[in-house]
Design a protein around this ligand. Structure first.
Ligand SMILES: [Fe+2]
Length: 326
């Protein structure tokens, strides 16, 4: 057993409610730690070893002790689980809606369990309610399933954007109805990508101008898919407006007068894409991503500066003293 002083409290992530030995199995490939009385970390199960180690349990009542893993392991584990869920999703179709619904719920919950913002943790119950409501609509489930099967990273992008939108809506004190509309608009904004060949979406090289022109069509494709549906005007507009910019420099039409939800999603869409890994690029750390967007889009008047600031602040939760200075 080794004991090592923690240099940074944030290095470790507490495993919340693994429940029992079975629940711990997914942690088999990573180191598991406990903390001693000085708060120093103690390695109690090395990566690759069986999790049935008796040091994981209190000797007097046989319950699990507080267990921790490295933060980076947590993120890697979540990615694995998401991949796994997506494979299940592919297998559960053609189209078994209740099963697909359960898997999608799981997908969002796993995404949500990734350490993100304090604010999102605070509104977890609201998010659960929203999600339940979205997934009670078979049309939403069908669209999401189609996206997930076609391109895994798009479905992740959509759930992440939805979560960031909830954080933004909460920060801006939206009422529940508007929050629901914004979240749903985010969840469906890229559905037009199901009509874009997956080899283009997953390309790990720089796209040619022609290919990029083709990808841009996902906006009009998305609108065409939703235009005769029962979704609200905002949800439909988000598909065709999320790459438009308020100075007219966006695409597909160079429109300046955009729905508020489209403007917010446009900002969050950029942030999510920059901060997450893609086949063709590495992820950028959040603060750096915000600075990049400020320089490329806010300072040039392409996106709404006030919305951008609110979004940046929503990322760090409600604590005024923690506001990001950008
Ligand atoms: Fe898009």
């Amino acid at each position: 057993m080794t004991s090592e002083h923690l240099r940074d409290e944030n290095e470790l992530y507490q495993i919340i409610n693994p429940g029992n030995y079975e629940g711990l199995k997914k942690y088999e490939s990573v180191d598991i730690f406990s903390k001693d009385e000085n708060g120093d970390r103690v390695l109690i199960k090395p990566a690759g070893h069986d999790t049935g180690h008796k040091q994981l349990f209190n000797s007097y009542d046989n319950t699990l002790i507080n267990l921790y893993i490295r933060l980076e392991d947590r993120i890697a584990l979540i990615r694995n689980t998401q991949n796994q869920l997506n494979i299940e999703l592919r297998n559960s179709l053609n189209i078994n809606v209740p099963k697909a619904k359960a898997i999608l719920t799981n997908l969002v919950n796993v995404t949500l369990s990734e350490p993100r913002t304090e604010l999102l943790t605070n509104i977890k119950e609201t998010i659960d309610v929203m999600l339940k409501e979205y997934l009670s609509n078979p049309e939403v489930v069908t669209h999401l399933v189609q996206v997930s099967i076609h391109d895994y990273s798009t479905s992740l992008h959509l759930t992440n954007c939805m979560l960031f939108c909830f954080g933004y809506a909460h920060y801006e004190k939206y009422d529940i109805k508007d929050m629901k509309e914004l979240g749903l608009s985010a969840l469906l904004h890229d559905i037009g990508k199901i009509n874009i060949p997956d080899y283009l979406l997953q390309a790990s090289r720089k796209l040619t101008d022609e290919e990029f022109t083709l990808i841009k069509n996902h906006t009009t494709f998305g609108y065409d898919i939703l235009k005769n549906s029962g979704f609200s005007k905002e949800v439909k507009l988000a598909t065709i407006e999320h790459h438009e910019r308020i100075d007219g420099s966006g695409y597909p039409h160079g429109r300046k007068d955009l729905a508020n939800s489209s403007k917010v999603i446009g900002i969050i869409d950029m942030f999510e894409a920059i901060t997450n890994w893609r086949p063709y690029k590495k992820e950028v750390e959040p603060l750096k991503a915000l600075k990049m967007i400020k320089k490329s889009d806010v300072d040039r008047g392409r996106v709404d500066g006030k919305m951008f600031k609110s979004f940046a602040n929503s990322l760090v939760g409600m604590k005024v003293r923690n506001k990001i200075d950008i």
